[in-house]
Every structure is written in C-alpha cells, then in structure tokens.
Design a protein around this ligand. Structure first.
Ligand code: FAD
Length: 469
C-alpha cells in the first residue's frame, strides 16, 4: 500500500445514513471513500419507508434516537433540504383518538412532546379534527396536531447527500461489496477486503443497515443482532389526495403504534406499514395477509379511502431492528472503528444528525479534522408534487409527466442512474398509475444508449439491475 492509497475514513453503506455521514465528512480536509455493494445509492431500506421527517414528538426522552431526530428535524427543514432542493412538505400530523380511552391519552402525549421540545403540538377537539380531515370515519373523539411533522422524498435525500459529498471530494465506490476487514494486515490502517480489491483506511464506519451485524462480525464485534422487521404498504392513486391532507397516525396502544395514512411528496397516498419480525433480510415481498391487515386497520380510520381508493401499487421495506430499542452507535477506539446500527424507524429523519454525531465521535477517537475553505453546494432536480413540476418537454412518462430531457439528465448526473430503478428514483418515471407499462421500453432505450449498449445487450447483461436497483 502506497501512502497516497490510504483513506482517512471509509464509510460502508450508501443508504441515507451512510450518505449523511459521508456528506458531513466531506466538509473537512479528509480523504474519504464511500463503499456500496449495490450499483446505486439508497437502494436498501432507504428506498422503502414511510418517508416522514419526524419531529421526535413521541420519541423516548433521553435516548440517542430522540436527540438525533430532534437535531436533524430542524437542520433538514430549515437548512439542508431547502439548500439542496430535497422535496419536503410540512403538512403536519394528526394523532387520531378513536375512543374515549385513546382521547384520555392526549395530555400524556402532549407532555411527552413538550419534554422532547416539540412545543407547538396541541390537542384538537372532534369538531376541529373533522374540519381538518372531513373524510375520517365518524365517531372519533379528537386528536393531537403536530404541525411540523413533514413528508419528504426518500430517494432525493440520500442522492443529494452523496452528490454533495462527491462534489466535495469523496470517492464513491458502487457495486463494491465489503467481504472482510482486518486491523493487523496493514500497519496503522484497516484493510477492507471488497469484491473489487482491498481498500485501506485509518478509520472505518459501518453504516450497512440490515447487514451491520455482518460487518461488525468482520471486525470481531457482536454488539447486536439485526432482526428484520417488515413494513408493507399500499400506494393509492393521486385522486386519493383529495381525501387526506395531513399525516394521520393512531394513538399508540400497549400492543401497537398502529398504521398511518399519509400523502406522499409525489401526490399519492400511502396506507401502512405492518411491523412483522421475520428472518430474511432480502425478503421485501408484500403478502395477502399483511395487506389485508393494514386494509382492516385503515378502514377504521378512513373507510372511504380503503373502499373507494384506487391502488397504484404495494411495496415493503425491512427495518433494521435489533434486541435494543435505541440506536446502536458505538465507537471502538481500539479498532478505529464505528458501528452505526439499529437505525430502525427514523433513519431518514436522523441521517444528518447521525452524520454530525459520528464525525464528533471520530474526532474523539483521534481523527484530526480541519474544515474546508469551501463546502460546495449542489441542487437536485425537484421531484415533489407540492411546489410544481418542471415544464415538461418531450414526454416519456405520461403518468408522472417526466420528459426525455429529465431522464437524460439523470443518466449523466454526478451520481448517474445506470438502471430503470435509478431513473425512477431520480425522475419519478414509471412510478405512476401504469407502473411503467407504457414508458418502460422507451426508458430502457435511453438507459441502454447512455451505457453504450443496445437494449438487448442491456437487458441480457443488466437483468439483475433492470428493475430493483
Ligand atoms: C416500513 C418502514 C417505514 C419507515 N418509515 C420511516 C419514516 O417515515 N421516517 C424515517 O425517518 N425513517 C423511516 N424508516 C426507517 C428508515 O427507512 C431507515 O432508518 C433508513 O433507511 C436506514 O438507512 P441505512 O442507511 O441505515 O440503511 P440502508 O438504506 O439499508 O443502507 C445500508 C446500505 O449498506 C449497503 N451494504 C450492506 N452490506 C454491505 C457490504 N457488505 N458492502 C457494501 N455495502 C453494503 C446496502 O446495500 C445498503 O445500501 C422506515 C423503515 C421502514 C422499513
């Protein structure tokens, strides 16, 4: 290993958490590498969640999760999202009490919100609740309104963080799986074995999401076990947006936090998620039973959505739950190694806060950092529905109104799309009502052309990456 080949920090995993950490590191005079096994960023749990930016009003006070969600919430809404054009909308949440017993919980919920410094949360009576959300089921008792709970684009956030990190000098290695790590093989460095050769770094940060325990084991640690917890969703057609304008949550019971009904930043409405522990981290299928269950729960909140709403699609994601309820961010001075595990349900809401926390911890481990003179800004294409879409040119995806120009730009952006899934996450193409039935062949032509291939070559060579990634 030559000294110039040594990175100061290697971050493993380019989900929203690794992306947030890499972005924070890129503010400093450091040689940083971000290593991701998939061929794009944000392809794991980060692409399949409820996409809320939580205020932390209901978090357990004093936990690391509560602290980092709270910090991130302000940073994201007031600073980073507007600067980078990450679509988000502060639509507010209503925590609905269906019964008198649930309504009796309202003072406790408000007290918790106050403890977590969410001071604008307030009770609303049934009259005001029905004025805010006229399509709720009849007979509900009232709600807690949390005005700053927001929805955001889950795809743009990790892409924006990585794009900014790359523009500020971070090396991005996609399609590179970490297969082993050792401390002793290289003096003063960690040798990170990957599917594309060995990477040497003075410090390593494990942000591998559902695989964080596997990376931990490679470093001789067994601090926690990942227990995937699946969440299944329905996505309703844009016409459903007439019925819902807030994030609708249920007052939690001792057994469940319940499901939510929420507008998405793309103008659809989602209903979900389930919370089912299982064994297979790769399994993101939806099930007849799981969907039936959320349908039943959704009908209790808003029967007309479930009975009349037109379903566009379903999806599922796995939370990286562990045996602990709080985040597991551990700094191992003896190994120059940091684990960022168990970021279960709030990673999108905390990624920027986690980034700061990890960099502070690395400093304590001995990483010497000095701020760059300039931290370059990037602006992402605006994908949301709430502030108007760009003027369409020659249309390719008619459902989501995505032009050929937008697709071509996504194929030559700083972190370019290399697959249909990549184009979808950068433009919304194929996310609409027809789910790509009409536009997929045209998008495939554009993706293949950008990669210098015929459609046949692209399809044969890239079948694995054609949809999911
Ligand atoms: C149903 C559901 C609803 C949710 N709702 C919300 C919400 O509303 N708001 C919110 O804030 N959060 C929500 N979350 C949580 C949020 O999605 C996660 O906390 C977040 O996406 C975790 O990001 P991550 O980067 O840790 O993991 P991931 O996105 O999974 O990223 C980890 C990355 O590491 C890579 N990797 C793994 N192993 C290796 C290896 N050996 N080599 C190289 N790379 C590797 C993976 O390919 C992956 O890209 C929800 C989650 C679920 C499942």
């Amino acid at each position: 290993m030559q000294p110039q080949d040594l990175y100061d920090v290697a971050v493993i995993g380019a989900g929203v958490v690794g992306a947030g950490i890499a972005r924070e590191l890129s503010k400093y005079e450091l040689k940083t590498v971000l290593i991701e096994k998939e061929h794009d960023v944000g392809c794991g749990t980060s692409k399949a969640n409820s996409a809320l930016i939580c205020t932390g009003f209901d978090a357990k006070p004093g936990t690391l999760e509560e602290k980092l969600v709270r910090e991130n919430s302000r940073l994201f809404r007031e600073d980073v999202a507007p600067a980078l054009d990450i679509p988000f909308a502060e639509i507010g949440a209503l925590l609905i009490a269906r019964t008198d017993e649930e309504y009796a919980q309202v003072p406790k919920i408000l007290e918790l919100a106050k403890k977590n410094e969410v001071l604008d949360a307030r009770a609303v009576d049934a009259g005001e609740m029905y004025r805010l959300e006229p399509h709720l089921a009849p007979g509900m008792k009232g709600a807690v309104l949390v005005p700053k709970e927001s929805i955001a684009c889950p795809f743009t956030a990790p892409l924006a963080y990585v794009t900014q990190a790359v523009v500020n000098g971070t090396k991005l290695m996609l399609g590179t799986e970490v297969t082993g790590m050792s401390r002793d093989a290289a003096p003063g460095a960690i040798a990170i074995e990957t599917s594309r050769g060995t990477v040497h770094a003075r410090y390593a940060v494990n942000a591998a999401g559902l695989f964080a325990d596997k990376i931990d084991a490679m470093m001789g640690r067994e601090d926690f076990r990942i227990n995937p917890r699946k969440g299944e969703f329905f996505v309703y057609d844009k016409s459903a947006l007439q019925k819902v304008s807030h994030i609708l949550l249920q007052v939690p019971t001792p057994h469940t936090k319940g499901i939510l009904i929420s507008p998405t930043i793309f103008g659809n409405v989602i209903l979900g998620p389930t919370a089912d522990d299982h064994q297979d981290v790769y399994d993101t299928s939806t099930s007849r039973e799981g969907l039936a269950r959320i349908e039943r729960m959704g009908r209790l909140l808003m029967p007309s959505l479930v009975d009349d709403g037109e379903i566009t699609t379903t999806y599922a994601g796995n939370r990286s739950a562990t045996q602990f309820s709080d985040y597991q961010i551990r700094f191992h001075g003896d190994r120059s190694y940091v684990t960022v595990g168990g970021i279960r349900s709030t990673g999108l809401s905390a990624a920027l806060g986690i980034g700061r926390y990890v960099v502070d911890g690395l400093k304590d481990l001995g990483l010497v950092i000095s701020a760059k003179k300039e931290f370059k800004l990037v602006r992402m294409p605006y994908l949301g529905e709430f502030e108007g879409r760009p003027e369409p040119g020659q249309m390719v995806c008619f459902c989501e109104k995505v032009s050929r120009r937008e697709i071509e730009e996504s194929l030559r952006s700083v972190v370019p799309a290399t697959s249909l899934g990549g184009v979808k996450r950068r433009t919304r193409a194929s996310m609409g009502r027809c789910q790509g039935f009409n536009c997929m062949p045209r998008i495939m032509q554009l993706v293949a052309a950008a990669r210098g291939m015929s459609v046949k070559e692209y399809y044969e060579g890239g079948a694995r990456t054609a949809q999911g990634q």
